[in-house]
Write a protein that binds this ligand. Structure first.
Ligand code: PMP
Length: 425
């Protein structure tokens, strides 16, 4: 790293530290009881994370009183922003009557019916407390249905903290995303399940190449493997799910994030024959109890959030994201630094590279120091995006806040220009 880069970085860090002393103090305290000072890996960044104390609509405030326009929305889950009125009302109405019961509750059927009506691949649904648990359950269903163990997944894809997928193992085969030929070659009659995201979310919002997903789905069907489409992030992008928008018929769909209205949630939905393997009414069924599965608060909040996310709300979100992406690319061009924005619906990623990546490997090629400099510069401009460069919009963002975000990127690019242009990757 040359001196210009080091100096530019020190300036950013110094400015950040000068306005976030309470967060710094909190971080010291947190390190004494939480490993690394956090309880969620993605929330840690250098020199320490700002501590968010409250959020209203599209604006969040940290312990020192600094405000940020939130374009992360708890990693796509808060599709209506913070403290959304209909969610608050639904939760307030439910709370006095108890939050969770070791029994069925009408709120479960209400959300289940909404999900089944809305997403054509979902004939039956089972709720969990996270997308990770939904992945785990889908894997068990696929193995039980096929009597096979192998899984095919894609490099950079994130399906939650599922050991077989995240850590790999003897039963897991990884294939580069968008490499349909290689995928088709390894998906054979020994494979229980193929897990795929409609776009690589965590690994840089890399879109699927045209026809890629359909080829994978066809091949899985041909060899009797279960085709699992992970829509934990993607569900927000199309009124009937991305599978409907793309004409795909996954055997199982993983859901999460928006269907919980901001509360912990996950779900597996899909074909009745497969989902019925989890029916406790059947002898030898797959047991899948979770103490908080289908809790009343999540169910009520999820129903309120989904009801407010109709086709026109989604079209507006996606349109705004398109507009913001163009403004960010134009600002980068004006600042003379390489940047490209990839987008899936209302989820985007700003890559500090001339060309949009088509795989996780390409998305990973940007120096981490550039990404963290952009992230810190954005915080200084009052924009709260993911440290790795991802952002997404909520329905709470209006024209003024969108303009603030676009302006924030323009200023942040100016701040980091010498850092980026002093070196090529
Ligand atoms: N699948 C995808 C595509 C995700 O983006 C995530 C979370 N970011 C998960 C699964 C796991 O969900 P959760 O964090 O609720 O366990």
């Amino acid at each position: 790293m040359n001196t210009v880069t080091a100096a530019a970085q020190a300036d950013l860090t110094g400015e950040f530290a000068a306005r976030t002393s309470r967060s710094a103090e909190h971080y010291r305290q947190a390190c004494a009881c939480l490993p690394g000072g956090e309880t969620r890996s993605v929330t840690l960044y250098q020199p320490y994370p700002v501590v968010l104390a409250e959020g209203h609509g599209a604006v969040v405030r940290d312990l020192d009183g600094n405000e940020y326009v939130d374009v992360l929305n708890n990693y796509t889950s808060l599709v209506h922003g913070h403290a959304f009125g209909p969610v608050l009302e639904a939760v307030a109405a439910a709370l006095p009557n108890g939050t969770v019961f070791p029994a069925p509750h009408p709120a479960q059927v209400r959300l289940a019916e909404m999900v089944c009506d809305r997403y054509p691949a979902v004939q039956r649904v089972r709720f969990t407390n996270s997308g990770t648990e939904a992945s785990l359950l889908a894997l068990r269903i696929a193995r039980a249905a096929t009597g096979r163990r192998r899984i095919v997944a894609f490099t950079g894809a994130y399906h939650g903290g599922v050991p077989d997928i995240i850590d790999g193992g003897p039963d897991t085969v990884r294939v580069p995303y968008n490499d349909a030929d290689q995928a088709v070659a390894v998906i054979d009659a020994s494979v229980a399940a193929v897990f795929v995201e409609p776009f690589l979310g965590s690994a840089g919002v890399v879109p699927a190449a045209p026809g890629f997903l359909a080829r994978i789905a066809d091949r899985a069907r041909e060899v009797g493997a279960v085709f699992v489409l992970d829509e934990v992030q993607a569900l927000r992008n199309a009124p009937n799910g991305t599978h409907a928008a793309l004409g795909l018929q996954p055997d199982l769909v993983l859901m999460g994030k928006i269907i919980g209205g901001g509360f912990p949630v996950g779900a597996v939905g899909g074909r009745t024959e497969l989902m019925d393997l989890t029916s406790a009414a059947r002898p030898g069924s797959l047991s899948c109890s979770g103490t908080f599965n289908g809790n009343v608060i999540t169910m009520a909040a999820g129903a309120a959030a989904l009801a407010a996310l109709d086709g026109s709300a989604i079209a507006e979100l996606n349109g705004r994201a398109h507009e913001l992406g163009s403004r960010i690319e134009a600002a980068a061009a004006r600042a003379g630094i390489p940047a490209s924005v990839t987008r899936a619906g209302s989820i985007m990623h700003v890559h500090l590279a001339d060309r949009a990546p088509t795989s996780a490997e390409q998305a990973d090629a940007v120096p981490a120091a550039w990404e963290s400099a952009l992230h810190l510069a954005l915080l200084l401009e009052g924009v709260y995006a993911a440290p790795r460069g991802m952002l997404d919009l909520s329905t709470a963002i209006g024209d003024d806040l969108l303009a603030h975000v676009a302006h924030g990127y323009a200023s942040a690019f100016g701040r980091i220009r010498d850092l980026i242009t002093s070196r090529t990757p």
